[in-house]
Design a protein around this ligand. Structure first.
Ligand SMILES: Cc1ncc(C[n+]2csc(CCOP(=O)(O)OP(=O)(O)O)c2C)c(N)n1
Ligand code: SF4
Length: 251
C-alpha cells in the first residue's frame, strides 16, 4: 500500500510525553518538517530549555543540547559561532525565555546572533504546576495569582516578539499559532522563513508560537484552543512583526 503520510524524519520514534491537547507536539512536528524540507536536518543543532519541552532532545532526530534556566540563547551563540554553516535553533517556553532567560534572549537578539528561536508562549509555567509567567494575561488565573493577574501587582504581560523586533540585530520576528489548519500552515511558513533567513546569515530570527496548556489552564483541549483564539490572540497579535530586507552586503 502506498504511504500517504508518515512521521517526519526530523523526529525520533520516541512517544511524546506531552498532555493531551498540548501544542508542544504539533510545534515539534512543524520544526522537524521544516528542517527536512529545507535540507537542513543533517547539520541541524537544537538547544532545549527547562520546562515541559526539556525532553525535546529525545524527540528531534538532529543533534540536541540541553541548556537549563533560560540559557539556551547563550549556548546557541557558542554553537552557531563555531558551526556557522549549520542550522541552529533554540526551543523555549515563556517561563524559560521571558522570565529567567530574559537577559539571554535580549542580548542574543541585540548581537544579531545568527540562530533561530522558537518561542512557545502558553502564558503559564507548565512543567512546574501553573505559576504566573511574564506572559500570563491580565485576569488570567495561575497558582501564584489565584484571583487573576493584576497590573498593580505584576504589570502588563510582555509582548516578546515586539520587544525583540526593536533591536537592530533581530531581522525577523513573527507570531503564529497552531489552533487550526490555516494557522498551522502559516506557522510552518514562518518557521521555514526564519531558518532560510538564518542560513542567509542575516541575523537573529524569532518565531513566537501561541500555545495551549490545557492541564494548567484547567480546560479541555477544545476549550483551550478556543480560549487561545479569543484571549491570547487578542493581546498578542498574529502576523509578521519584523522582516528586515536583506542588506546590500549580504546580497
Ligand atoms: C531558577 C529556577 N527557578 C525555577 C525553576 C523551575 N522551573 C523549571 S521549568 C519552569 C517553568 C517553565 O515554564 P515554561 O518555560 O513556560 O515552559 P512550559 O513548561 O510551559 O512549556 C520552572 C519555573 C528552575 N528550574 N530554575
Ligand atoms: S503541562 Fe501544559 S505545557 Fe506541559 S505538557 Fe501539559 S499541557 Fe503541555
Amino acid at each position: 500500500m502506498a504511504i500517504v503520510y508518515q512521521k517526519s524524519a526530523g523526529l525520533t520514534d520516541k512517544g511524546l510525553h506531552y498532555c493531551p491537547g498540548c501544542h508542544h507536539g504539533i510545534i515539534h512536528k512543524l520544526v522537524a518538517e521544516s528542517l527536512v524540507e529545507l535540507g537542513l536536518l543533517d547539520g541541524a543543532i537544537g538547544v532545549c530549555p527547562v520546562g515541559c519541552s526539556v525532553f525535546a532532545y529525545k524527540y528531534f532526530s538532529c543533534d540536541m543540547m540541553e541548556a537549563s534556566h533560560g540559557r539556551a540563547p547563550a549556548v546557541a551563540t557558542g554553537i552557531k559561532r563555531t558551526h556557522p554553516n549549520q542550522a541552529v535553533f533554540t526551543y523555549q517556553g515563556d517561563g524559560d525565555l521571558a522570565s529567567i532567560g530574559a537577559a539571554e534572549i535580549v542580548h542574543a537578539a541585540m548581537r544579531g546572533e545568527k540562530f533561530t528561536t522558537i518561542f512557545v508562549n502558553n502564558a503559564i509555567y507548565g512543567m512546574t504546576g501553573g505559576q504566573m509567567a511574564p506572559t500570563t494575561l491580565i485576569g488570567q488565573r495561575a497558582t501564584t495569582c489565584q484571583s487573576g493577574r493584576t497590573v498593580e501587582q505584576a504589570g502588563m504581560p510582555i509582548r516578546v516578539a515586539e520587544m525583540l523586533s526593536t533591536l537592530d540585530g533581530c531581522v525577523y520576528a513573527e507570531r503564529v499559532c497552531v489552533t487550526d489548519i490555516a494557522n498551522l500552515n502559516k506557522a510552518k511558513k514562518a518557521i521555514k522563513t526564519a531558518f532560510q533567513k538564518q542560513m542567509a546569515g542575516e541575523g537573529f530570527t524569532f518565531v513566537e508560537v501561541l500555545s495551549t496548556c490545557p492541564t494548567n489552564w484547567g480546560m479541555t483541549p477544545l476549550k483551550a484552543n478556543q480560549w487561545l483564539k479569543e484571549n491570547m490572540a487578542a493581546y498578542y497579535p498574529l502576523g509578521v512583526i519584523k522582516d528586515k530586507p536583506i542588506s546590500a552586503e549580504v546580497k
